[in-house]
Design a protein around this ligand. Structure first.
Ligand code: G6P
Length: 621
């Protein structure tokens, strides 16, 4: 395995990311076949893809002429302990971690699923649209179902094809051809214990090429510990995986496709928590590096991106969740500095704006995963109406990146914590590069020195991370409060929204972010003795107005935590952030808020990496 500093990886990943795909429908798959026991590999891989879904988990191995399945509802660690997964043994096995779509969260609906005769086991990521019809037909033919999932039909279909006398590959191929919808599927067989068959349509699958040991997974991070050679399956490809060889076929006509493995540029360190207690904390601490990597952009792509906005008849900017907050910052700068009118909308609300999508319109989409259903729906509607779609996305191999006319990468490496942290700060950097390029084209910005800016920003993030102990103190004071408010003006307003979102996601404390100017129009009624309010108030034109609002709140009993590059006695508590160029202030302002949410979650005994009810990539509307 190669060793090297993380920033090298991120430069390399301009390439790598073309192959890096993130979830379409959440759920994680891992499979391994070898001449030795593969359960440690399957179990380890399962834990790595847990970010994709975590309501149930299970493993199947082909052993002693049967398929042994252990599965159940709950996080992998719980299922592992309860069902003693690590005591299983087998030379070929599959694992699955689930985020329920069809069928409730229960032991019976956890994957893997087995066919009636116990010949075939299946794990699946996606949705089989025609499963009801398929299930009815299979029931009529006498098949017995043991779950309420759409997935189980696949095992029965393959069994039918085997009964018809087809070999394992053809039986799988014929069964897959009957499916409509999205799927990444892996199968193992009782009577062919050195074979895994996998196939994909609109959901990611990647093969790991090892020595006498091969893998299949939803994400290469599942096997990077064992091999850094990967083959990315394309849509409608089927893979035959054996310990010593891998073959790939086109599902359309069964013809073999020759594909060479690509060398992955990740380090194991990228997908482990290292010395940190959680991925979220690790990702917060990675930001001095990731903000710098975000500056590595292809100059001609950046110029094309900028000029598409500059020459557009109208500009729309969109995203969901944290990505929407980053998109607000771009819209702000375009309006205020480049004097380009831009409409900013939440992707799920695109219908309010779609009547203006037409030829000459540009839609700028922000997304970490590139797979968020709301975002994809908005940009598809825009494309349908003739608009150009440009995107800022972390997963360059994702659907959004592929469907965009131009996609700029974030280069921040895999983000595993469900709550977005380093992807937000990278989004701010990349959108600033776009706006600066536009300003340069307009002639109002000269002598840009991105490298120097990257260095300064990286050092500023390092400095602001030093507030950690101060944040911990605040957490010990306010962790039992039911409500938090986050206020700011102008360019820091999206940071207030982001601070509130982080706190809700991780701590489950109710939080609201709003413009400080709005307090007097209602929310002030909720301020009472001891109510915590975070005021993000950088020096500059809005500073004194927000300070007046701080006084108004303190007069009504609020405890105001000021976050600024300028200290003021009005705040109850104060976190100093470094003064940097105003366009980068959100990057340093958000770090204490990320830490606040993280430590609040820890204090309240929540798992910050896997907040309840949420998923990293929401691929349903
Ligand atoms: C989910 C995640 C959020 C994320 C949002 C948008 O809700 O839990 O953290 O901000 O999706 O995701 P995207 O991948 O499009 O940035």
């Amino acid at each position: 395995m190669k060793k090297g500093p993380i920033n090298c990886i991120n430069i390399l990943c301009l390439n790598l990311y073309d192959a890096y795909t993130m979830p379409k429908i959440v759920c994680g798959i891992i499979g391994c076949t070898s001449d030795e026991n593969v359960v440690p590999e399957v179990l380890g891989g399962l834990k790595r893809v847990e970010y994709r879904g975590y309501d149930s988990a299970g493993i199947v191995v082909a052993v002693n002429g049967r398929l042994e399945v252990r599965k159940g509802a709950g996080r992998i660690e719980d299922v592992e302990k309860r069902l003693k997964l690590s005591s299983m043994k087998g030379k070929t096995g599959l694992g699955h971690t689930r985020w329920a779509t069809h069928g409730n969260v229960s032991d019976r609906n956890a994957h893997p699923h087995i066919s009636c005769m116990g010949e075939v086991a299946v794990v699946h990521n996606g949705i089989i649209d025609n499963y009801i019809q398929l299930k009815e037909e299979l029931l009529k033919r006498g098949h017995k179902f043991r779950s309420d999932t759409d997935t189980e039909v696949i095992a029965h279909l393959v069994e039918e094809e085997l009964k018809a006398g087809r070999d394992y590959l053809h039986a799988s191929l014929f069964a897959f051809k009957k499916l409509s919808g999205q799927y990444a599927v892996a199968l193992i067989f009782r009577d062919m214990p050195d074979l895994i068959v996998g196939a994909r349509k609109d959901a990611p699958l990647v093969l790991g090429v090892g020595k006498g040991k091969n893998f299949i997974a939803s994400d290469a991070i599942a096997f990077i510990e064992y091999t850094d050679k990967a083959i990315f399956l394309d849509n409608m490809e089927l893979a035959e995986i054996r310990p010593e060889r891998i073959r790939i076929y086109r599902m359309e006509d069964g013809r073999e496709v020759k594909k060479s493995p690509v060398q992955l540029a990740w380090e194991v360190a990228d997908i482990t928590k290292k010395e940190h207690a959680h991925f979220t904390l690790k990702e917060i601490h990675e930001q001095p590096l990731t903000v710098r990597s975000a500056f590595y952009q292809d100059p001609s792509k950046l110029r094309d991106f900028a000029s598409s906005i500059l020459t557009a008849k109208s500009v729309f900017i969109t995203g969901a969740g944290t990505s929407f907050h980053a998109s607000m910052l771009m819209a702000y700068r375009l309006r205020n500095e480049a004097r380009i009118r831009s409409e900013n909308f939440l992707s799920g609300e695109y219908r309010q704006f779609s009547q203006w999508f037409e030829k000459g319109t540009v839609v700028v989409a922000f997304s970490q995963s590139g797979e968020t259903a709301d975002v994809l729906e908005a940009v598809r509607e825009a494309k349908k109406k003739g608009a150009m779609v440009v995107s800022i996305v972390n997963a360059v191999g994702s659907t959004l990146a592929r469907e965009s006319d131009i996609a700029l990468p974030l280069n921040c490496g895999p983000e595993i914590g469900v709550a977005a942290t380093k992807s937000f700060t990278a989004q701010v950097v990349v959108s600033n590069l776009v706006v600066d390029t536009i300003l340069e084209m307009q002639g109002s910005l000269r002598n840009r020195a991105d490298e120097k800016e990257g260095e300064i920003l990286s050092r500023a993030v390092e400095r602001v991370l030093e507030c950690e102990s101060q944040v911990k103190e605040l957490v010990s004071m306010y962790s039992n409060k039911p409500d938090f408010y986050f206020v700011a003006r102008g360019y820091s307003y999206p940071v207030a929204l982001e601070g509130a979102l982080k706190l809700k996601e991780l701590s489950y404390i109710h939080a609201e972010g709003m413009p400080a100017s709005e307090l007097k129009h209602g929310t002030l009624a909720l301020i009472e003795e001891g109510t915590p309010v975070v005021a993000i108030n950088p020096s500059g034109e809005n500073h004194s107005d927000t300070l007046s609002n701080v006084e108004e709140m303190v007069a009504r009993g609020a405890h105001v935590i000021g976050i600024s590059d300028e200290a003021s006695k009005q705040y109850t508590h104060f976190i100093m952030v470094p003064k940097i160029e105003s366009k980068y202030m959100p990057v340093v302002e958000v770090v204490p808020l990320q830490l606040l949410a993280y430590y609040m979650a820890v204090e309240r005994e929540n798992d910050p990496d896997y907040p309840r009810n949420l998923a990293k990539s929401v691929t349903v509307k």
